[in-house]
Design a protein around this ligand. Structure first.
Ligand code: GLN
Length: 489
């Protein structure tokens, strides 16, 4: 059977139920693809031993409507816990650590009938926009192996784009689902803060982190999101609101919805191909009956500065637990406890992680706390107010996902500020807790994918899926990718 791995989750699930092939055959096909291509791409930080299919291979499929991911394997980012398995967060320090329990998202996906091929590569502790800050080395972009796949969920995005997983879960603190989705031409959703349980997610910045799906299309995004969303008593920030019917929302026409565009944010630093594709996408949405209005978000230019204060402050506190006593690697032969902790962290953590711990410790320290951290919290409130006002006039805000297409490996490594600017359009949704989705829309002059980002009001995931579904139908990205990839296969 040729290339089952190229199916979407929905196609694969439908064909499995129709008995066209078995879960074991599907699993074997995608593992063969991984064996053939992952040596170059390095999407995976760890591969699970091949699944045995005693029950599923022989048992008939579950009844329609039950276990919607039955037999369809996915991948988890390497910061999501599964019991007894590596969860190293792309760090040397956590390489020997085995998680003692399953993340809620892993439990829910298994309950929906899925299983996992492995853990995907990431920037160490999810700090980065290129997946170059990983102890495993970089993941390469399947559209062009000389380019980065985005980050920090770069392994997840590249795996889905290259058909090495039917779907993957990423985490997004400042853009780490949406920006790699954009770089690799897949769909990525960061749900509303609290919508998906973070139980079993290794924390980067607890007030910003969210888990969400990376998928081949919008319908799959809705399907995987529906499987993982909803209240979890084990996460104190988890929201109780019902999830609704995201799958139906993704198929609904977007006619009558209003999209707001903060044009002034696009005035500087955005690649002309990005702007042209963005405008063409808006024109297509207008033709589908969507109203496009101009909106003003005057505090958004402060998002990057605000994000890098809050994120580093929280990270410096969260990462204090990696002291060599409780988790992972411990440096040997130290004279006393303080020396052991220092040696463990010096040896186990990479340069970007150390930089951020220093920055975060600085912005929280006596004398600087009020000047930096407190002001960042105030700026965050102003951004919330900005969006609240704008959502009186529109159903979602539209922006490009990132100012450029995927950049070259090494291009921004020496200049952290340039790397940080990759998140200029994505960080606002994390600071405000709003849901945001990235959907591929076209290709730039080098043939690299470009995307539209949609930001919604709190719990507005269904509106985002409706608009993204319309965008996908209008732009025909899958056909563009097929044409572009004929020579790559
Ligand atoms: N690129 C951003 C950072 O480096 C976002 C990371 C993330 O969302 N995990 O912090």
């Amino acid at each position: 059977m040729p290339e089952l791995c190229r199916l979407t989750v929905r196609e694969a699930a439908g064909a499995l139920r129709a008995g066209q092939f078995t879960p074991a055959e599907l699993d074997r096909d995608v593992r063969a693809a991984i064996a053939a291509r992952d040596g170059t791409l390095r999407c995976y930080a760890w591969l699970a031993a091949p699944q045995e299919f005693p029950a599923t291979a022989t048992a008939p499929p579950p009844p329609a409507g039950e276990r919607p991911l039955w037999g369809v394997p996915g991948a988890l980012k390497a910061n999501m816990a599964t019991r007894g398995e590596p969860t190293d967060c792309g760090s040397r320090l956590l390489a020997p650590w085995r998680a003692p329990y399953d993340a809620t998202v892993a439990e829910r996906l298994r309950a929906a009938g899925s299983h996992f091929l492995g853990k995907t590569n990431m920037d160490e502790f999810a700090m980065g926009s290129s997946t170059e800050h990983s102890a495993h080395g970089p993941t390469r972009n399947p559209w062009d192996p000389e380019r980065i796949p985005g980050g920090s969920s770069g392994g997840a995005a590249a795996a889905v784009a290259a058909d090495l997983a039917f779907y993957a879960l990423g985490s997004d603190t400042g853009g780490s689902i949406r920006q790699p989705a954009h770089c690799c031409g897949v769909v990525g959703l960061k749900p509303t803060y609290g919508r998906v349980s973070r139980y079993g997610l290794v924390a980067l910045a607890s007030s910003l982190d969210q888990i969400g799906p990376l998928t081949k299309d919008v319908a799959d995004c809705a399907l995987v999101y529906a499987a993982i969303a909803g209240h979890d008593p084990r996460d104190s920030t988890s929201l109780a609101a019902p999830v609704g019917d995201p799958v139906a929302a993704a198929a609904r026409p977007a006619r009558g919805l209003r999209v707001g565009v903060p044009w002034t944010l696009l005035a500087e630093g955005v690649d002309p191909d990005v702007t042209a594709d963005f405008e063409a996408t808006l024109a297509d949405l207008r033709a589908a009956g969507v109203t496009v209005v101009g909106v003003d978000l005057p505090t958004l230019p402060y998002a990057i500065a605000t994000y890098y204060i809050i994120c580093t402050a929280e990270a410096s506190s969260n990462l204090a637990r990696y002291d060599g006593v409780r988790y992972g690697r411990r440096a040997g032969a130290a004279a006393d406890l303080a020396a052991m902790v220092a040696a463990t962290r010096t040896d186990g953590l990479g340069a970007e992680v150390k930089l951020r711990i220093l920055l975060g410790t600085f912005v929280l320290s006596a004398g600087y706390h009020d000047a930096y951290y407190r002001r960042a919290l105030a700026a965050r409130e102003l951004m919330r107010d900005d969006f609240r006002r704008v959502f009186a006039a529109c159903d979602a805000v539209a922006l490009p996902t990132a100012p450029t297409a995927a950049f070259r490996l090494g291009e921004k490594l020496a200049d952290p500020l340039q790397m940080y600017l990759s998140d200029v359009f994505t960080a606002p949704a994390n600071l405000t807790g709003l849901p945001a989705l990235s959907v591929p829309t076209g290709l730039d002059r080098a043939g690299l994918p470009l995307s539209l980002q949609l930001i919604g009001p709190p719990l507005g995931e269904e509106t985002l899926l409706t608009l993204a579904g319309e965008t996908e139908r209008a732009r025909g990205f899958r056909a563009r990718k097929e044409a572009a990839w004929i020579s790559k296969r």
